[in-house]
Design a protein. Structure first.
Lengths: 396, 200
């Protein structure tokens, strides 16, 4: 099944993002029945006619946004966005960077929040995330060498990866083909050898699959995965006991209580732990919950601004459904509301406007402090669980 | 469907077991009557509801279908906390998954709700040619530990409704006087009332 791998990975994934506007059949305009359609990244989506209209509007906006990028390229020069940028305004005081660099950074941040045109995503993501820099520190043949070195090796991670390949977005027209499986396998297996602490964690299959669809080449997808796990996200999100993920969930609960106190106290009165829904959001970076272009827009900002973006997006989802959530009495209803909200968020701007304009300030420093505060509690809880499980073994 | 006079028993139910034993498939078979050869891998957990009428009462299952990979087990307490029932799933063609199932049973006995109804499901019963775990072995283990035991196949639907039905019969609290083996049920007295599902 994976034979011929060496030649396959050189071939960029052909993915046509310029498909025509969606045109629901006339009969669907009269009724509110569900229609199935294929989105920008080849996923089959179910929605009503309103959803199709929203998606067409979004496509038009993507086109307009593309124009904005080309115009800037014309005035600022090709690849202006690949220049070094200032990571925070406070750096300005201590740096001798030119005003033009600052202006470019601010313009780029604004532009990225409005969305990177799909064709530019590979280049811009590699640059703003630091993946290109990461790759430049190792020999050019790094990925090829790694693939060759690990070929044919069997580890618990490779067995789990093999198990998950056909279970990663089954039915997708490219991912669910022998070539798609082989590409995804190489990226995941290569990474499992690069970082044996992570090895393979379920959830990464969805992340890597979407990275492949966007980046078009395996090597670029691999470096994006590497920078994501090693630099963008907090440490240990995917390692043996998911401790980083536990930390993020606790920070998120505190943020919800602060930013959406009415929802937080209502859910608490129902004994509803928000981690029940948010864990998957954070581990799959929304790829299993949001429509693909909306997920990509979240990732645009994630790669440019860092992991705190995930908090903003998760808070925004709750905030958008505040009134509905406040009248729920059952856990099933809460989940149903959030589920349906995320599945129908075809308009990325609707989500990102709430995430960035309606949540209030959230500084990196404050988040870092929160994480530091939660870490000992998480470690204590995980240790305690381990001890309990070990004592079970001894009793036997 | 008329619901007057029906005594609804809400019941949180959690599925636990090693990766790829078919937890999601069992739920999907029970809730939607469907089966897919390749079921998307579950991250965190997926939530489903299903009501099941048994004689005069109706159990309203709130089902948490959890992720199977070992590192996800640190999340499990969040899902089994307060659960009235648990289905611990192993794959009859995989001995390791049976070993893991026994560990889950121990954990639930120690840290779960003391009245929890625990069922052991030997799934993929259709894979008779690759069978590694004999039903007798699992049955003996189940009897020794007071578990309900059934071999199931989400693929062929064998044992799936019976499994949930038998759990429903034992709600709201486990009755130790009942035999732990499967009872042949009178299908006329049961029906699936309503279905909804969400995966999250």
């Amino acid at each position: 099944m994976y034979g011929g791998a060496q030649t396959q990975r050189e071939v960029p994934i052909i993915w046509d993002t310029r498909d025509p506007y969606l045109k629901p059949k006339p009969i669907h305009r009269k009724t509110n029945i569900t229609v199935k359609f294929t989105d920008l990244y080849g996923f089959t989506v179910e929605g009503n006619v309103d959803d199709v209209n929203v998606l067409n509007e979004v496509r038009e906006r993507v086109r307009q946004q593309g124009k904005a990028w080309w115009e800037l390229e014309a005035s600022k020069g090709a690849n202006w966005y690949l220049q070094p940028k200032i990571s925070s305004i406070s750096e300005v005081a201590v740096s001798n960077l030119k005003i033009s660099v600052l202006a470019n950074t601010l313009a780029l941040n604004r532009l990225i929040r409005k969305g990177i045109p799909p064709v530019l995503r590979p280049k811009v993501w590699l640059s703003v995330s630091g993946a290109a820099k990461k790759r430049s520190t190792v020999p050019e043949s790094y990925y090829d060498d790694l693939i060759k070195a690990v070929e044919g090796k069997v580890t618990p991670a490779t067995r789990q990866i093999d198990h998950d390949l056909p279970r990663t977005f089954p039915g997708h027209p490219w991912l669910d083909t022998p070539e798609g499986h082989a590409s995804l396998r190489r990226v995941l297996v290569a990474y499992s050898f690069r970082d044996s602490d992570v090895g393979y964690c379920q959830g990464l299959n969805y992340v890597a699959a979407l990275l492949l669809l966007v980046m078009k080449t395996e090597e670029d997808a691999f470096w994006m995965l590497a920078v994501l796990l090693e630099n963008v996200l907090v440490n240990d999100c995917y390692t043996d006991n998911l401790s980083g993920c536990h930390v993020e969930q606790r920070v998120f609960k505190d943020l919800l209580a602060k930013k959406c106190p009415r929802i937080a106290s209502h859910l608490e009165s129902m004994d509803f732990d928000v981690s029940l829904v948010a864990t998957e959001w954070f581990l799959c970076l929304f790829s299993k919950s949001l429509p693909s272009e909306t997920t990509m827009r979240v990732w645009d900002v994630l790669f440019n601004e860092g992991a705190k973006v995930l908090f903003r997006v998760a808070l925004a989802i709750f905030k958008m459904k505040e009134e509905q959530l406040l009248v729920t009495h059952q856990i099933g209803d809460v989940i149903s509301i959030l589920q349906s909200a995320t599945h129908h968020l075809f308009d990325p701007d609707e989500l990102l406007t709430v995430a960035f304009d309606k949540i209030g300030s959230m500084t990196t420093n404050a988040i870092t402090k929160q994480r530091k505060k939660q870490e000992p509690a998480v470690m204590a809880e995980l240790d305690q669980r381990l001890r309990r499980l070990n004592s079970l073994k001894e009793e036997k | 469907m008329a619901t007057t006079g029906i005594n609804y028993i809400p019941a949180k139910l959690v599925l636990l077991g090693e990766m790829g034993t078919g937890k999601s498939s069992l739920v999907l078979r029970f809730v939607k009557g469907q089966f897919f050869d390749y079921q998307e891998s579950t991250i965190g957990a997926a939530f489903f509801t299903q009501t099941l009428a048994v004689n005069e009462t109706t159990a309203k299952f709130e089902i948490w279908d959890t992720a199977g990979q070992e590192r996800y087990h640190s999340l499990a307490p969040m899902y089994y906390r307060g659960a009235a029932a648990a289905i611990v799933v192993y794959d009859i063609s995989n001995t390791d998954s049976f070993t893991r199932a026994k560990k889950w049973v121990e954990e639930l006995r120690q840290h779960g709700n003391p009245n929890m109804v625990i069922a052991l499901a030997g799934n993929k019963a259709d894979l008779v040619d690759n069978k590694q775990v004999e039903a007798e072995v699992a049955q003996t283990y189940a009897q020794d530990n007071g578990l309900l035991f059934l071999e199931t196949s989400a693929k062929t639907a064998q044992g799936v409704n019976e499994l949930f039905l038998e759990i429903a019969r034992r709600l709201p609290k486990a009755n130790p006087t009942q035999p732990s083996r499967m009872i042949v049920v009178d299908r006329s007295s049961e029906r699936l009332v309503s279905t909804s599902y969400y995966c999250c």
